[in-house]
Design a protein around this ligand. Structure first.
Ligand code: NAD
Ligand code: LMR
Length: 325
């Protein structure tokens, strides 16, 4: 039996966690031979709801679920953790932009960044999902000076899978036959889902679809999908977000498929002229747990303008929370 691995999940009584926790406990992240300890963080008023979730987790009798720790103290939740899913934060409601959440949620990520800094494993893999995810992750990185910035990422995988799904439906192929889709920038409606390097069964996607479909249908559908889900469901995406969180972490742990990449927001190293340090989504490959930004891609003027727009938006968000950095 392998030694159990500690996984922290914040916002553990919330919607996303209600899907995420059960999949983690079933072994979908680390495989069928890896026991886990779930370390669940909530705010004090949500502890009784969390107790119900814990009862349900126990009722599943998952063979891999070695132990559950429940707490409202971030330092207990993150003690020695190898993985941290930072989900807990307010979701937006209809009519709001994700950036409207910034002032309400920002402080959470300063506190949690400091706690991770103190007690998490030095190799911890942190995924920020709570919105606005990129800037929340920026706050967490800046409050964890003793951890490598590479420990921190934020989630663009849902945008990535939304883009893959739209293209596979349009072309009538399975999602596995699509490669090299990417979503650049910010997890906001400014994000740039880009097909310039995408392949469908090895053929350039932009040779198979009309440019008008790419610009007037594909891009806005992916950019506004979160808003449309909220309109339809009355609540923000949850199961698909949990799926993306597992997909993001699995790519980080197991690596990306040969010849393919995924979209992740990581600390910019200046690639493609994006200001260093911003949490910006790039196409990335992962090998042996190391995330590398895909370099040297040709960027058209059309694309460059959209990359810049995202950079400007993230700089604006950074300015509005600079007191927390
Ligand atoms: P939810 O309201 O159902 O759950 C959030 C939970 O977080 C609540 O139980 C709340 O008590 C808890 N929480 C609040 N502050 C906390 C803190 N300081 N520490 C620990 N827990 C805390 O919301 P949800 O639908 O699960 O969504 C969670 C977040 O994820 C939202 O910000 C949402 O906008 C975001 N989201 C991001 C993506 C993405 O692609 N990045 C996708 C979907 C949702
Ligand atoms: C999403 O993209 O579905 C999430 O970020 C939730 C939202 O507010 O849109």
């Amino acid at each position: 039996m392998k030694t159990p691995v500690d996984i922290a999940v914040t916002g553990a009584a919330g919607q996303i966690s209600y899907s995420l926790l059960f999949r983690l406990a079933a072994g979908e992240l680390l495989g069928a031979d890896q026991p886990i300890v779930l370390r669940l963080l909530e705010i004090t008023p949500a502890m009784s709801a969390l107790a119900g979730v814990v009862m349900e987790l126990k009722d599943c009798a998952y063979p891999l679920l070695h132990k559950i720790v429940v707490t409202d103290n971030p330092k207990v939740a993150f003690d020695g953790v190898d993985y941290a899913f930072l989900v807990g934060a307010k979701p937006r409601k209809q009519g709001m932009l994700r950036s409207d959440l910034l002032q309400q949620n920002a402080e959470i990520f300063a506190v949690q960044g400091r706690a991770l800094n103190e007690v998490a494993s030095r190799q911890v893999k942190v995924l920020v999902t709570g919105n606005p995810a990129n800037t929340n992750a920026l706050i967490a990185v800046n409050n964890a000076p003793d951890l490598a910035p590479e420990c921190f990422t934020s989630m663009m995988m849902l945008d990535h899978t939304r883009a893959v799904s739209q293209l596979s439906e349009k072309c009538g192929v399975r999602s596995t036959e699509i490669k090299n889709v990417m979503v650049w920038g910010n997890h906001s409606c400014t994000q740039y889902p880009d097909l310039h390097h995408a392949k469908v069964k090895g053929v350039d996607a932009l040779e198979l679809v009309e440019n008008s479909w790419f610009v007037d249908e594909f891009m806005p559908t992916v950019q506004n999908r979160g808003t449309e889900v909220i309109k339809a469901r009355g609540q923000s995406s949850a199961a698909s977000a949990a799926n993306a969180a597992i997909g993001h972490m699995r790519a980080w742990v197991c690596g990306t498929a040969p010849g393919d990449w995924v979209s992740m927001a990581v600390p910019s190293d200046g690639s493609y002229g994006i200001a260093e340090g911003l949490m910006y989504s790039f196409p990335v490959t992962v090998t042996g747990g190391r995330i590398d930004i895909v370099r040297g891609l040709d960027i058209s003027d059309f694309s460059r303008a959209r990359l810049r727009l995202n950079e400007a938006e993230l700089k604006e968000e950074r300015e509005s929370i600079k007191h927390l950095l």
